[in-house]
Design a protein around this ligand. Structure first.
Ligand code: DSN
Length: 441
């Protein structure tokens, strides 16, 4: 019985992914090979330890897989050391900090959460923020790192670690500038490139390995592998501490984890092989072109974008001028089969749960083969849906009265899901998606 329920849910999820437009900047579709290996017998194996030094027997072939993933990562990112065992980006950042910082003593500087930062880089709600002293730099009104503030904070606080990266940023990361600032106080510079890793590999984003001491990336966003993380130590990092690689390995296992998920490491190995193909470079270029085209079309509809445009795969919309919030537009778009996520904007007057912004991204729709013309149509749909959102957006939403706000949001949701125009759009989206099959690439 349970099995039929599970597979019924899987069938529905597959249909949702096929028939909908995934505009969540951190999501993507992995290849049939990467997907197949995730459900393989590699899932059955315990392999605590490192390649060639495991605690259980029977590791010949999983050793082979992990070594393949490591060597591919080193080649693709041009680094001398890589750990591929971390379960995902958040534990990877915790592992890195546990090596570089002394608990409750050393200071970590990272991008402010509401300015696009990520929980795992020392935000108070995360263990990284409880274990380490953390301070945050912000973005300017133009959506760029506030370099002046970062420099001043660095001189004043003398951090042990400076992070670049986060969950929302639409400029190219200026890794050299980060490294120069970190060098002034002898801080480690850790580049979290989870969002842009695939763009780095495709050569359409600056390379962090030249400037950072440690580079961390998740493996499933623009890199298009199973869900895990790579922690890479660069030549610079090893020049500072020649045992940094070994320390990172030990922080992951036994520090934070038990057995690595070998099926996932195998999937990462597949993705890293695919990332070396010419087709992947084309894909990366197309992701950025599509994002720029989508941003330009949205600007024509008078959407305000943080950063004014985009230089990567992501579009960060400030909805304050439109008179609606990110939650409402996210819900209305979902009703039409268009998936996005709400996002705080710098100095957001609203809350993190009901913020003023929305984040879009082109990695998944580019995997399906879409190009500029399709971006114009998607922008048009977003415009139409934002107008319907405004129609149903009652003044009780965000009024400050919790009970009224919740009731108004419930009614809003019911109305948009029942709206005939949105239902019609959902059908259009579904028909459109049929033209862009998932695994054509
Ligand atoms: N949840 C990811 C994102 O959407 O950016 C980061 O962990």
């Amino acid at each position: 019985m349970i099995m039929s329920e599970v597979f019924e849910l899987l069938r529905k999820e597959k249909r949702r992914q096929r028939n909908g437009l995934v505009l969540i900047a951190s999501e993507n579709y992995i290849s049939p090979d990467a997907l197949k290996i995730l459900g393989s017998e590699f899932s059955n194996k315990y392999a605590e330890g490192q390649v060639g030094k495991r605690y259980y027997s029977g590791n010949d072939w999983v050793d082979g897989i992990e070594q393949l993933a490591i060597e591919s990562a080193k080649k693709v990112f041009g680094v001398p050391h890589c750990n591929v065992q971390s379960y995902s980006g958040s534990p990877a950042n915790l592992a890195i900090l546990s090596v570089l910082c002394e608990k409750k003593k050393d200071i970590v500087l990272s991008q402010e959460l509401t300015h696009g930062g990520h929980l795992s880089m020392g935000q108070k709600a995360s263990l990284t923020g409880r274990f380490f002293k953390t301070e945050h730099y912000r973005l300017t009104r133009r959506g760029e790192v506030n370099w002046g503030e970062l420099e001043k904070m660095t001189r004043r606080l003398k951090p042990r670690v400076i992070f670049s990266g986060g969950t929302a940023y639409t400029k190219k990361f200026d890794f050299k500038r980060y490294a120069d600032i970190a060098a002034k106080v002898g801080a480690y510079f850790v580049a979290d490139v989870s969002h842009v890793a695939g763009l780095v590999v495709a050569g359409v984003h600056p390379d962090p390995a030249v400037y950072a001491d440690v580079v961390m990336t998740t493996s499933h966003k623009t890199l298009r592998g199973g869900r895990g993380a790579l922690i890479m130590v660069t030549k610079r990092g090893l020049a500072k501490d020649e045992s940094l690689g070994r320390k990172i390995d030990r922080a992951v296992f036994p520090g934070l984890q038990g057995g690595p998920h070998m099926n996932n490491i195998a999937s990462i190995a597949v993705a890293l092989k695919e990332a070396q193909e010419i087709a992947f470079k084309k894909y990366g270029r197309r992701v950025v072109k599509n994002a720029k085209a989508l941003a330009e079309s949205l600007l024509r509809y008078d959407f305000k974008l943080i950063g004014g445009a985009t230089e990567n795969h992501m579009i960060w919309i400030d909805l304050t001028k439109k008179g609606i919030d990110g939650w409402a537009l996210q819900v209305a778009l979902e009703a039409a089969g268009i998936y996005t996520n709400r996002q705080t904007i710098p100095n957001d007057p609203k809350s993190a749960y009901y913020p003023s912004g929305l984040r879009l991204g082109t990695p998944a729709i580019t995997t399906r083969g879409m190009q500029e013309a399709q971006m114009r149509l998607i922008a048009e749909w977003i415009e139409v849906i934002s107008k319907i959102t405004l129609e149903y957006y009652s003044e009780d939403i965000g009024s400050g009265n919790y009970a009224k706000d919740q009731e108004a949001r419930k009614i809003f949701k019911e109305k948009v899901f029942a709206d005939k125009r949105i239902k019609k759009l959902k059908k259009e989206v579904r028909e459109f998606c049929k033209k862009w099959p998932l695994f054509k690439w």
